[in-house]
Ligand binder design. Structure first.
Ligand code: SAM
Ligand code: SF4
Length: 404
């Protein structure tokens, strides 16, 4: 399988749209330090180098999912199929986490207004619009939001309906990233996904209609290539043993996914090569010889097929995994590739406010402990900034945003 550079280090995917997940493998003049050098739970922040401009982007990690997909090793907390931020199962967990996230934002040094915000996960669409609006208001208070800021939210097709989408748009979200993965129900089942093709088509329809109505600026669709095609889910919920079909069938299947993706009209597409991550169900199946994957030649053919099919449909290939119609490249992602710093908040989030990556702890308790220790070490929210930057260097948060 060709190395697309999707992951910079294990668990810190490198070339998705999401800043916590996205970093160029190499991007002169900036390059990330090796994973071993990431100060995982340090409460001491490095002083910003004088030449480094303060971040204009922020990533917020929302770790909740209904279930953990069989391929995914992101820092997520599965809460069950009925969980939601509004009420019922999981609501208390979500509320407790949001309290930590608000504290994390509040203790940040201030900075200039943000031009991009990315709520990634996990499944941020398990939050209510009110909860999303509250987080945007916290960012607006701390930093301000530039008037034309790009505000992205990751959504899972099985986790929202039309009124909820309208609520997110009213709260300030103007770009959505939809985790489609495949248009084939058997594949979706074998990936451990909760949604099916009908859910994906319905969700994509809502998004595209909102875009055409001028209510949503842009949206993106994630697909995974090189997935197991046969088998489906066994009664226990895990994929049955499958043998990988011949190359022509793999290509035909991917061609069909691409055609259906183009037909639903996303102005942006993220196409990820399946990575079998340690500790996942897929890794166990692979060890058992029950997860045959395409060979390197077939994977290269899939990539070529994507490039030619999407170029013919007008999409530019602007990054390793990302394609966009003119004017729809993700500004957030591009900022990341430019080497600019970014704020990162939440469990497992990676931040690089001054160019050096800092990863927050990946479990809820460790994150809560780290936050408490940071607050104790630094005094009142934001006060370390005055000490580190000097009183005049910390810029005041601007206000006047619609979320206040
Ligand atoms: C945080 S998820 C997107 C939002 C939501 N959680 C969902 O899955 O619908 C980010 C994307 O990463 C991709 N991804 C995650 N793990 C992967 C893996 N092991 N191999 C390839 N793609 C992966 C999927 O395409 C997924 O949509
Ligand atoms: S829903 Fe998204 S973040 Fe959650 S486990 Fe699946 S791919 Fe990972």
């Amino acid at each position: 399988m060709p190395d697309t550079g999707r992951f910079g280090c294990r668990g810190l995917p490198a070339v998705t749209e999401n800043p916590h997940q996205s970093a160029p493998a190499t991007a002169a003049p900036w390059s990330p330090p090796p994973c071993a050098a990431v100060p995982d739970a340090s409460v001491v922040r490095p002083a910003p180098p004088p030449h480094q401009a303060p971040p204009r982007s922020a990533y917020l990690h929302i770790p909740f999912c209904h279930r953990r997909c069989f391929y995914c090793d992101f820092p997520v907390v599965p809460l069950g199929d009925r969980a939601d931020g509004a009420s019922g199962p999981g609501a208390a967990s979500i509320a407790a986490y949001l309290e930590l996230l608000h504290r994390d934002i509040a203790r940040s040094p201030a900075g200039p207004p943000l031009s991009t915000v990315y709520l990634g996960g996990g499944t941020p669409s398990m939050l209510t619009p009110h909860q999303v609006g509250g987080l945007l208001a916290a960012l607006a208070r701390r930093f301000g939001l530039a008037p034309a800021a790009e505000i992205s939210l990751e959504m899972d097709p099985a986790s929202f309906d039309r009124p909820r989408l309208a609520g997110y748009l009213a709260a300030g979200v103007n770009r959505v990233s939809l985790g489609g993965q495949s248009f084939d129900d058997a594949v979706l089942a074998s990936l451990g996904r909760r949604h099916r093709r009908a859910d994906l088509l319905e969700a994509a329809g809502w998004l595209e209609r909102a875009r055409r109505a001028g209510e949503l600026r842009s949206w993106s669709l994630d697909l995974i290539q090189g997935v197991p095609l046969a088998g489906g889910a066994a009664p226990g919920g895990e994929p049955a043993a499958a043998s990988f079909p011949p190359r022509q069938e793999v290509l035909r299947h991917w061609q069909s996914d691409l055609t259906q993706a183009i037909a639903v009209g996303p102005p942006h597409l993220s196409l990820y090569d399946l990575i079998v991550e340690p500790g996942t169900v897929f890794e166990r199946l692979q060890r058992q010889g029950a997860l045959p994957l395409p060979d390197d030649d077939t994977s290269a053919d899939l990539m070529e097929l994507s490039q030619s099919r999407l170029a013919a449909a007008g999409y530019g290939h602007y990054e390793v995994s990302n394609y966009a119609l003119p004017g729809h490249a993700s500004r957030h992602n591009r900022g990341y590739w430019s080497g600019a710093g970014w704020w990162g908040f939440g469990l497992g989030a990676t931040a690089a406010p001054w160019g050096e990556r800092q990863a927050r702890p990946r479990t809820r308790q460790a994150y809560a402990d780290w936050l408490a220790a940071s607050e104790a070490a630094e005094g009142p929210p934001g006060s370390w900034a005055a000490a580190v930057l000097g009183a005049g260097a910390s810029q005041p948060a601007s206000s006047g945003m619609p979320f206040d």
